[in-house]
Design a protein around this ligand. Structure first.
Ligand SMILES: C[S@@+](CC[C@H](N)C(=O)[O-])C[C@H]1O[C@@H](n2cnc3c(N)ncnc32)[C@H](O)[C@@H]1O
Length: 239
């Protein structure tokens, strides 16, 4: 999934949020909802989707237990999210995504795999972070293949920029980690620069990190690797 094509017509306005005076990192796409995704939204949404509100989220209430919480931003169709949540039943996961078919797809996976440690929020992650995630509360943050906005004039829409990273650090628990991955070299360079310059963070590697074993290779990534494209992982911890 990619937002490489500049939006035309009404979608263009979706990039700017007039209420927040902020440029958005995503374009709202209609996208086709499959019958199975629609069913998952209707049947599993009430149990596993958390509604966006401007109030701090009570994790213990949301999950019915106390465990380290990992937040994933922009999970796409959610295959990686479901894979990792299944691998780590001792941790709780919150996936944030704006795209409805993706939310339906992940709810379907939650149902199929019986993932009681995963919840979904369909909303702009910047607002979710600002309004729902308590400071110092996240054991980990995953952001995999964020939209590269590869044209120079669109670079300002990239999620990974200094003020956003500062917000992430504010939400992380001491010792918590931030794991990013991208297949866009120029964005990888920007990520490394921004994260290295953030004084609240410490790199776990010399530059880019080896791919952690828990992050599965996606179909799209595999295809890219076969075509000779690179993939860069970055893992930083909060000081
Ligand atoms: C290129 S896709 C990658 C999806 C997935 N992580 C993967 O690796 O396949 C980026 C996703 O981030 C989502 N996204 C972008 N900005 C977002 C935001 N501010 N809040 C929530 N989701 C966002 C988009 O809707 C899109 O699904």
């Amino acid at each position: 999934m990619s937002s490489e094509t500049p939006p035309k017509g009404p979608a263009r306005s979706m990039l700017y949020d007039p209420t927040e005076h902020r440029i958005r990192s995503f374009v709202t796409r209609a996208g086709r909802l499959s019958t199975a995704q629609e069913r998952a939204l209707a049947e599993l949404g009430p149990q596993y989707a958390i509604e966006y509100t401007k109030a701090p989220l009570d994790y213990a209430q949301a999950f019915g237990r106390t465990a380290p919480v990992i937040l994933e931003i922009g999970f796409g169709m959610g295959q990686t999210t479901a894979h990792i949540a299944k691998l780590m039943p001792e941790k709780d996961f919150i996936g944030v995504e704006v795209h409805t078919p993706g939310v339906g797809s992940l709810l379907k996976l939650i149902g199929e795999e019986g993932l009681s440690n995963l919840r979904v929020i369909q909303h702009d992650a910047v607002e979710v972070l600002n309004n729902m995630i308590p400071d110092g509360s996240l054991a980990g943050l995953h952001i995999y293949f964020p939209d590269p906005w590869h044209k120079a004039r669109h670079n300002k829409r990239r999620l990974i920029q200094a003020p956003f990273v500062k917000l992430l650090v504010q939400k992380m628990a001491p010792g918590g980690y931030l794991h990013l991955a991208t297949d866009w070299e120029d964005y990888a360079v920007q990520m490394l620069e921004v994260l290295s310059a953030e004084e609240g963070l410490q790199n776990t590697a010399e530059g880019y990190a080896p791919q952690p074993a828990y992050r599965p290779l996606t179909k799209f990534e595999n295809r890219g690797l076969k075509l000779g494209h690179g993939v860069w992982d970055l893992v930083f911890t909060k000081k």
